[in-house]
Design a protein around this ligand. Structure first.
Ligand code: GDP
Ligand code: ZN
Length: 388
């Protein structure tokens, strides 16, 4: 028998949903009507009508302040899109549902400052009977988030763009455009800052000629080849995939890396992200590829991000917001923590706030001189330090 979670009763006050009344969208209004009806019959809620202005009700909640799970009547799913008050949810069998969020849950979530986001794992109740068999549901409960990619708006409020993403696939090309290792370093930092596991995907391997020269950002270095750079990332412990969307090299490894996970995809335009995804699953196009800057704004208001379901299990996240990886505002001082090879040395620097650029008795600089830290990665750190 499942361990019983502690439950308690809470009184929840409802906000007047004036906006919903004013909506002209019939479709949305229809959902509201259905939701309203259901609320009154839900077994865990008892209504005490005290007039429209002060509506309160008592519900059973657990230690997370969320309605207790009804395992027999609810289905598990993952939110793939959020537009207004409607969420698109994919259940475990790949069935897509259009869901509203139970009003009582919305109230609880707003109080805990966590509305439903793309990537949230949810419990939904099947409302097909009330909707002529259409796959319509109501989100009854949201699972605790494991990770959260967020962005701060101008008023410093945090918005979760994607919940529960596990890994970050940074696609770079080895030719056309030439590999810029510094960009790969930046993606790794962005991933680690977002608490995601970085995976590097070196695409267009079919275009790699013998020497496979790379484009370096610092004149002090030369003579590095694509092969050297990939080996360097592997030595640091990062998973590196070598692919070609054209000749289909490395696609099995890519599929295995994506299977059953939520993966955020990043990469400059033209490196082959869409081609790779399409090669894995024909018809699955990264929708925002052709979206111009103007229309991206419009897209943000409907959904900050979209989860694209993979037919072999898992989701990829498509979001213009995440591709622009200025997303994680990083303080220069925390940068050293994202350069894994520097970590053993930073405690040995003479100054506690050493930036490892020009300080005396810097253990990191000494390690670079001794060949224990790669010059290329160190120069990359310096460049990033300047930029943040
Ligand atoms: P995205 O902007 O990152 O989504 O890049 P696209 O998928 O649109 O690809 C950009 C261009 O690179 C297209 O002309 C593709 O045909 C080409 N391309 C993509 N992957 C490969 C590859 O592995 N090898 C070669 N030779 N060309 C590729
Ligand atoms: Zn130092």
């Amino acid at each position: 028998m499942a361990k019983k979670r502690p439950t308690r009763k809470v009184r929840v006050g409802f906000r007047q949903n004036r906006q919903a009344r004013r909506r002209t969208d019939d479709w949305t209004r229809q959902y509201h009507a259905a939701e309203e009806e259901l609320e009154d019959t839900a077994r865990t809620e008892s209504v005490r009508a005290k007039g429209a202005l002060s509506r309160k009700r008592t519900i059973l909640v657990d230690d997370r302040n969320l309605p207790i799970v009804d395992e027999t009547h609810w289905l598990r799913g993952t939110v793939t899109r959020v537009y207004g008050l409607i969420c698109a949810v994919n259940d475990a069998h790949g069935q897509a549902w259009e869901c509203t969020v139970r009003r009582i849950l919305r109230t609880l979530l707003i109080e805990s400052r966590a509305p439903v986001s793309v990537g949230d794992h949810v419990w939904l109740s099947d409302q097909r009977k009330a909707h002529d068999g259409q796959p319509v549901g109501v989100i009854e409960r949201v699972a605790e988030r494991v990770t959260r990619l967020s962005r701060r708006d101008r008023r410093k409020r945090e918005h979760t763009i994607v919940a529960n993403a596990e890994q970050f696939l940074a696609v770079v090309s080895v030719a056309e455009p030439r590999l810029r290792p510094h960009l790969a370093d930046r993606y790794i930092v962005a991933a680690l800052k977002g608490e995601l596991r970085p995976i590097l995907c070196f695409n267009k391997m079919d275009l790699l000629d013998d020497d496979g020269a790379v484009e370096l950002d610092d004149e002090r270095q030369s003579g590095l080849s694509v092969v050297n750079v990939i080996q360097e990332f592997r030595d640091l412990g990062y998973q590196c995939l070598c692919t070609s969307a054209l000749t289909r090299v490395g696609l099995d490894e890519l599929r295995a890396a994506l299977r059953n996970r939520i993966t955020v995809i990043a990469g400059q335009s033209g490196v082959g992200k869409s081609s790779l995804i399409n090669a894995l699953q024909p018809g699955l196009d990264l929708a925002t590829r052709a979206v111009s800057n103007d229309t991206q704004k419009g897209k943000h208001t409907t959904s900050l991000a979209e989860l694209l379901p993979l037919d072999f299990g898992g989701f990829v996240v498509d979001t213009p917001g995440i591709r622009a990886f200025d997303l994680w505002s990083i303080d220069p001082g925390e940068l050293e923590a994202y350069f894994v090879e520097m970590i053993p040395y930073v405690a040995k620097c003479r100054f506690g706030d050493c930036s490892h650029r020009h300080e005396e008795a810097c253990a990191v600089i000494a390690a670079v001189k001794a060949g224990e830290i790669s010059e290329r990665r160190y120069f990359s750190y310096l460049k990033m330090f300047e930029d943040v």
